[in-house]
Design a protein around this ligand. Sequence first.
Ligand code: SF4
Ligand code: MG
Length: 314
Amino acid sequence: KNLKQYFPIKKESLFKPKSFVKAVDDISFELMEGETLSIVGESGCGKSTTGRSILRLEQPTDGEIVFNDKDLVRISNTEMRKVRADLQVIFQDPFASLNPRRTIKQTLNEAMAIQDVVPKQKRMERMLELLECVGLPAEALNRYPHEFSGGQRQRIGIARALAVNPKLIICDEAVSALDVSIQAQILNLLKDLQKDFGLTYLFISHDLSVVRHISDRVMVMYLGKIVEIADKKSIFERPQHPYTQALLSAIPTTDLDATKEKIVLKGDVPSPIDPPTGCRFHSRCPLANDICKKVEPPLKEWNNQHFVSCHLVK
Ligand code: SF4
Ligand code: MG
């Protein structure tokens, strides 16, 4: 609720006011138990920062993050440590997050030991179960990260996240570094695990073909704001926001819909230090008019649970 994540930047001179990178600027949304909500947008739109705020890897500037009736923004570090087993994360590059000098057994063991959710005598059994869940052989335990392919390493990353019986997993570009065929395998694995363990996913991705495969709902962010949020079908079939329309038009398509026109946006995403006034998208929007520069459009329900922030959408 009203989540803000501002990062102060160094003052250039004593006389200039302090400025901030407004990475996430007053966003509110719900994540339902058991669903996959994707966050999409170009880099620098606040997707990862939103995920990091929920994990409290960054302390939010303002707002609330209510998880199981607790406000994660305000609970103590001790309380947060207890909640942490429920919230896990899978990153883009598992190689960077797996310690190269530790065997898989050491890595999984360590994850369970930190959270202390699996008693010591049960850990070996649990590790074997985990490997089976993610489709790796038991021999993997005694090997090191470099002995595995990218896809296998991502399976290890998933096993590590599952080790502590989480409720919510934040997948930050979790399949972006993999080949398309491997991507499909990992996405299917994530879907199966979701069914088996009742997991909830917050799936951060810049890749809309991946998002189309995995999501229940999709949230589109632009410069720290939510510009559109709806169920997947509604977003893909009836996108309302000009930014969403542009993102969707850029997905490579089959010859069947070759008639679809590609919308090319002008320029890059503006700086989040001094974002455009009014609608933040106005400097790149093909439909912008005078009011767009002055008044910020509210996020309004356009149709059944389909919310859009644009003056032209009634
Ligand atoms: Fe474009 Fe105006 Fe809508 Fe913003 S409010 S998306 S500038 S038409
Ligand atoms: Mg990111």
